[in-house]
Ligand binder design. Structure first.
Ligand SMILES: [Zn+2]
Length: 236
């Protein structure tokens, strides 16, 4: 039955459009999670930079504390030095000198600590600056990548529209009854309702077909379906 063979060939061509559309739709469906991943990457980078800034801020406030202690020590030394002039007893004088020496020793330790902190702050400042520069570059990169995904989605949608138009044109050539069966079958079968007999197997599910079925598909006098996946079989 040449007509049926022709109908099936046309249906098979129609399916090519459907598969193309399905594949493009799958790509579109992946886009939101791709974008979400990009945003997560950026968020992680932002948090890393924030963490570095925190280190820098902490070191600075530590230095302020040390500065205040140093200031207090200097005041103590100044005060006691003045008091030395007015002290009457020798013991008090000695005790005062000891106090001054102790404050001076403390001051020296704190000064060293402050120098050490200043060194660390300078290094940390560079780390923060570098991290901020890196973050800015990364932000641009991610923005670009997201824009790329969005324009890809836009292109995909345009492609689908074009293919759907072509499909509509082609559909008018396909036998309505066969088309109806095809539509029913392809639901839930990855969009594939007709398949080629591939050697001795169904090209859709891979199941080995009964020889009689292959024979019938070859003759093409009626619609033949795979025993396993129920797809329409076309023997080329
Ligand atoms: Zn099958």
């Amino acid at each position: 039955m040449e007509n049926l063979r022709q109908d099936l060939e046309l249906l098979y061509e129609l399916q090519e459009y459907d598969i193309k559309i399905e594949n493009i739709r799958n790509s579109i469906d992946e886009a939101p999670s791709l974008i979400e991943n990009k945003q997560k990457e950026l968020e992680i980078k932002r948090l890393e930079t924030e963490e570095k800034k925190k280190n820098y801020v902490n070191l600075n406030s530590l230095k302020k504390e040390k500065d205040a202690i140093l200031d207090a020590k200097e005041k103590t030394i100044g005060k006691h030095s003045l008091e030395l002039n007015t002290v009457k007893s020798n013991d008090t004088y000695k005790a005062m000198l000891l106090e001054i020496d102790k404050a001076k020793a403390d001051k020296s330790v704190i000064e060293d600590e402050i120098l050490d902190l200043m060194d660390k702050i300078e290094k940390e400042n560079k780390i923060v600056k570098d991290s901020e520069t890196e973050l800015k570059e990364f932000e641009l990169k991610i923005k670009d990548e997201i824009a790329g995904i969005e324009s890809f989605v836009k292109k995909c949608s345009d492609d689908i529209k074009k293919i759907e138009e072509e499909r509509e044109l082609h559909k008018s050539k396909v036998n309505k009854n066969i088309l109806g069966q095809y539509e029913r079958i392809r639901e839930g079968r990855n969009g594939q309702g007709i398949c080629i007999v591939d050697g001795e197997s169904c090209g859709g599910c891979g199941m080995v077909l009964r020889p009689q079925l292959i024979n019938q598909a070859q003759k093409c006098q009626e619609l033949i379906f795979c025993d396993n996946c129920s797809r329409i079989l076309l023997k080329k």
